[in-house]
Design a protein around this ligand. Sequence first.
Ligand SMILES: *[C@@H]1O[C@H](CO)[C@@H](O)[C@H](O)[C@H]1NC(C)=O
Ligand SMILES: *[C@@H]1O[C@H](CO)[C@@H](O)[C@H](O)[C@H]1NC(C)=O
Ligand SMILES: *[C@@H]1O[C@H](CO)[C@@H](O)[C@H](O)[C@H]1NC(C)=O
Ligand SMILES: *[C@@H]1O[C@H](CO)[C@@H](O)[C@H](O)[C@H]1NC(C)=O
Ligand SMILES: *[C@@H]1O[C@H](CO)[C@@H](O)[C@H](O)[C@H]1NC(C)=O
Ligand SMILES: *[C@@H]1O[C@H](CO)[C@@H](O)[C@H](O)[C@H]1NC(C)=O
Ligand SMILES: *[C@@H]1O[C@H](CO)[C@@H](O)[C@H](O)[C@H]1NC(C)=O
Ligand SMILES: *[C@@H]1O[C@H](CO)[C@@H](O)[C@H](O)[C@H]1NC(C)=O
Ligand SMILES: *[C@@H]1O[C@H](CO)[C@@H](O)[C@H](O)[C@H]1NC(C)=O
Length: 574
Amino acid sequence: MYFLAFVLSCFGSSVLADDYSRSLYLDPNKTYHLSWKFNKSHIEFHTEVKTLGYVMLGLSTDGNLKNADVFFAGVSNGQPYSSNYYGNSDGKLSLQSISEWHLMYSNESNMETTLTFSRELSGPNMKMNITQNTMRVLWGYGKTDMINENFQLDGVKSLYLLEDQLPEPEMPNDAFHIQFRMNKTRIPNSETTYWCKSFETPQLDEQVHAIAFSPDIQKGHKDFVHHMIVYGCYGNTEKGNNNRHEGECYLGSMLIHWRYCTEVVFGWAVGGEKFVLPKHTGMSFGGKDDPVYYLLEMHYDNPQEKEGVLDSSGIDITLTKSKRQYNVGILSVGYTVRGCTQLIPPYAKEFKYYGNCEACGSMIKPERNNQWNEDGVKMIGVLLHAHKAAKKIRLHHYRDGKKLPDIMYDDNYDFDYQDLRRIEKEITLLKDDILQVECVYGTTDRTNFTEGGFSTKHEMCQAYIMHYPEIKLKRCTSGLNFDHKLIGTNLQYKNNQSAVKKMELIVNGLEPEVGFIQTCVNKTSRIEYMNQTFPVIKSDDPTTQQPPTTEKNSAAKFFVKTGMIFISISYWLI
Ligand SMILES: *[C@@H]1O[C@H](CO)[C@@H](O)[C@H](O)[C@H]1NC(C)=O
Ligand SMILES: *[C@@H]1O[C@H](CO)[C@@H](O)[C@H](O)[C@H]1NC(C)=O
Ligand SMILES: *[C@@H]1O[C@H](CO)[C@@H](O)[C@H](O)[C@H]1NC(C)=O
Ligand SMILES: *[C@@H]1O[C@H](CO)[C@@H](O)[C@H](O)[C@H]1NC(C)=O
Ligand SMILES: *[C@@H]1O[C@H](CO)[C@@H](O)[C@H](O)[C@H]1NC(C)=O
Ligand SMILES: *[C@@H]1O[C@H](CO)[C@@H](O)[C@H](O)[C@H]1NC(C)=O
Ligand SMILES: *[C@@H]1O[C@H](CO)[C@@H](O)[C@H](O)[C@H]1NC(C)=O
Ligand SMILES: *[C@@H]1O[C@H](CO)[C@@H](O)[C@H](O)[C@H]1NC(C)=O
Ligand SMILES: *[C@@H]1O[C@H](CO)[C@@H](O)[C@H](O)[C@H]1NC(C)=O
């Protein structure tokens, strides 16, 4: 099983700013309301803030004032004012002589300041570009119009600024709902718990389509429920269907049959919203090839280790008998999740792992016989997933030895803000295409190795690709074919980025001795191709971030010197 998380903005939208495609309150007390819209060149913000002092909005890649682009504006004695600051390396703000921001409207009344301002998205001389990456929106306001040197932020919010929200779609008349929910589950009094519960496939007379998935979080439990994933389970049907069995996931006590829950059906994470499938697609439920039962995985956060909290949160699924044209599926690609195959050294500024999907092409074909005459299938959404050490994740796409544009990327990855993001213009995936997930980790704040694994202390590197028609391939991952826990653990990584680099070369196969295992999983079985070497595809595209091949020889020497030991890993049965 794999876990993933989907996140969106937390607060309800307002009807106050109808002209804007996106809007939300930045704080739970609803003092700062932000709306915005964008076109190809500009973004236009509209703020309504309960203050008669200044209003501040800033943009940053990591949530700090350092290198942030900050705009202050307000109304003083009936006159509008505005200024643009930039965050110096010490976090102090310096006034810019030319403002990137343009105040278009201001009004102060009824204890509230209303502003409209715009900014170019990007430009060669801009210190901060607004991109598809997760932007950290910095916000604050003052009681007065005095902008103080020791300005403190009121908050930071991660947002995908350049993503339009789809209008609430019309639901068919025959729409009905099922819920996969906990039933007064006692949240353990530990910081992080993965709790699993299985559900029978609902009694349906015929195959139907799921067209929307909504989080159903118990009131007041937003702080406890970090993410939820629904898996589809196949195989071993008699024993597997332990309806409504529940317990902690990934422990020895976990039901052995839950290993058959290999297909991600849907995922959600903190603050997320409803996910609605495109009009021509639906996810099949109740058909003969559909999951035999389902598993709901809850990731509970309980940092204060509160006792006796009972939770009944879950996922609500909207279904219809008016079937859509195509079945959607989710393919997960990335680095194999096993503690012993992924290891990230401490003190690394940037440490890359690549998860490849190359040898599973025979399974990239429509799962069912629906009249699909095109070559390949269409990708419509991607969720990039890693844990707290991840800084960047990119999903690369190669065809005939050439690099195509990245299918999805986020260079400002935020673990607490993940979402299944729509691909605006559907992208074709052909049978012989190569997919590669690149994860860049930063561990400068860690003093020991970080291993791969499902817990948030461990790391993952995955992309979940929503596509249609549904293909046979469910999971396609690569991982080193030896336990490399023992290599490089005797190196001093502190103050030594070259040691970090050497380790990176090894784990990415720039070593003759190193091979990968390519794992291809369909609904019922897995195939493993041993000793794969994934060619490093050369490209002119500057967004391709490949480890430099020139260090190959020194890495090879290092390899021998440290006396690497091959340990074969025993695999889980599927
Ligand atoms: C929200 O308002 C309440 C009551 O006025 C106050 O106690 C609390 O500190 C405020 N919270 C924030 C985050 O400002
Ligand atoms: C884009 O938006 C900006 C700010 O709202 C506006 O000034 C500009 O005219 C718009 N450009 C186009 C091409 O619509
Ligand atoms: C300012 O806002 C108030 C209250 O919404 C409104 O009555 C007034 O017309 C606005 N003034 C301007 C100049 O837009
Ligand atoms: C912003 O984008 C422009 C291209 O539009 C690029 O030249 C510039 O270097 C970028 N600036 C930053 C800070 O990334
Ligand atoms: C929750 O559990 C209670 C007690 O076991 C049971 O009566 C109730 O039907 C359950 N609710 C649901 C929605 O399953
Ligand atoms: C550091 O990590 C390695 C590899 O995961 C582990 O074997 C070792 O026990 C850890 N050391 C400490 C001090 O935790
Ligand atoms: C850094 O690591 C490399 C590779 O292990 C090693 O050769 C070098 O001596 C180390 N440098 C320092 C200053 O420790
Ligand atoms: C899964 O793959 C195995 C091995 O290739 C094959 O025998 C089996 O029929 C496949 N199952 C499905 C549901 O496609
Ligand atoms: C994979 O490589 C290892 C080490 O070189 C070798 O011992 C093993 O036989 C190879 N396995 C396969 C299936 O080729």
